[in-house]
Design a protein around this ligand. Sequence first.
Ligand SMILES: C=CC1=C(C)c2cc3[nH]c(cc4nc(cc5[nH]c(cc1n2)c(C)c5CCC(=O)O)C(CCC(=O)O)=C4C)c(C)c3C=C
Ligand SMILES: [Fe+2]
Ligand SMILES: [Fe+2]
Length: 351
Amino acid sequence: MKFASLYLPEPPDPHAFSADPPPRQAGPVGVLLVNLGTPDTPTPRDIRRYLAEFLSDRRVIEIPPWIWQAVLRLFILPKRPRALAPRYRDIWLEDGSPLLVWSQAQAEAVQRELSGQGQAVRVRLGMRYGNPSIAQALDELRADGCERILTVPMYPQYAASTTATAVDHVARHAARLRNQPELRFLKRFHDDPGYIDALAQRLQAHWAAAGRPERLLLSFHGLPRFSVEQGDPYHRDCMETASLLKRRLGADGGLVHVGFQSRFGAAKWLEPYTEPTLRAWARQGVRRVDVMCPGFLADCLETLEEISVECRDAFLEEGGEQLRYVPCLNDDAEWSAAFARLIRKHLAGWS
Ligand SMILES: C=CC1=C(C)c2cc3[nH]c(cc4nc(cc5[nH]c(cc1n2)c(C)c5CCC(=O)O)C(CCC(=O)O)=C4C)c(C)c3C=C
Ligand SMILES: [Fe+2]
Ligand SMILES: [Fe+2]
């Protein structure tokens, strides 16, 4: 308004042409680490909110929503949160849910590793369900001036229900922006030598201190079999991780085995199932086993409760003597350095 400009400074005219526009400063490169998400508190109310969001994702539950939403609202959400609350309470850390605490620790460690190496990098954590959200993390990166963002789903093995849904969500957020950042996505790193090495060193350190078990079970999160039959590479990725780790350990044929945990619902999931395998081993006379979960970078309900408590109880109940759970990579220094190297490789050309 011309009248107002008598009193206020004239705003810059966006259409004005200048032969020499001021040089544009290259902003930092953004790295968005994405993990699954976890309830804000171990209360039935927050667990219900988390499960409602998680289990309404059509990448996770592939049943038509008009059937599934009825099952979810009538049978799962009224009961499961109350049953999960004491299990979450048992694993809760001073600073929150272990999945969040360890994922945040990895984001901070990667930020430290990538700082002072020339290119300015900002690392943020976003959770696919719950907090801190992917939208919040992306907005923070953009506010920091990041015009190029690499998304790194924190799942070494690709699955549509984890990796693809994270990618979809980032893309949906970008679809609402006028000035979009340039986006890249890291698909998987199940065979990354740094990842395999960090797992192997963790096992070797554990064995150096406490001796070898009779068997080592590598337990991965399960997936419905039909997902794999329809082309999900998850099973193949898990088997490749297991075979690379076995080779790296120089282990003989009988030591390393694979299982799939956390079956949900009535459909067939990937086999062999972890808990029945442990029960069968105990009945066959195996007395000492170690269990490691290479598919989880951060300890969580699935590892600290399902493996460390439920599976241990099942193994001992059938006559086993010792089940040692080998923790996830969490804040492992070897892994932080390897993760940063892997990310740096995927930033190539963005300097
Ligand atoms: C029902 C379908 C599910 C699919 C498919 C699924 C795949 C999948 N999940 C993870 C990693 C995690 N899952 C976690 C918990 C969890 N997972 C499901 C269901 C499916 N997961 C449920 C219902 C829950 C909640 C707990 C329960 O009700 O049993 C977690 C832990 C979260 C935490 O708060 O600690 C992780 C991590 C992967 C990697 C994966 C596919 C490969
Ligand atoms: Fe899960
Ligand atoms: Fe589970």
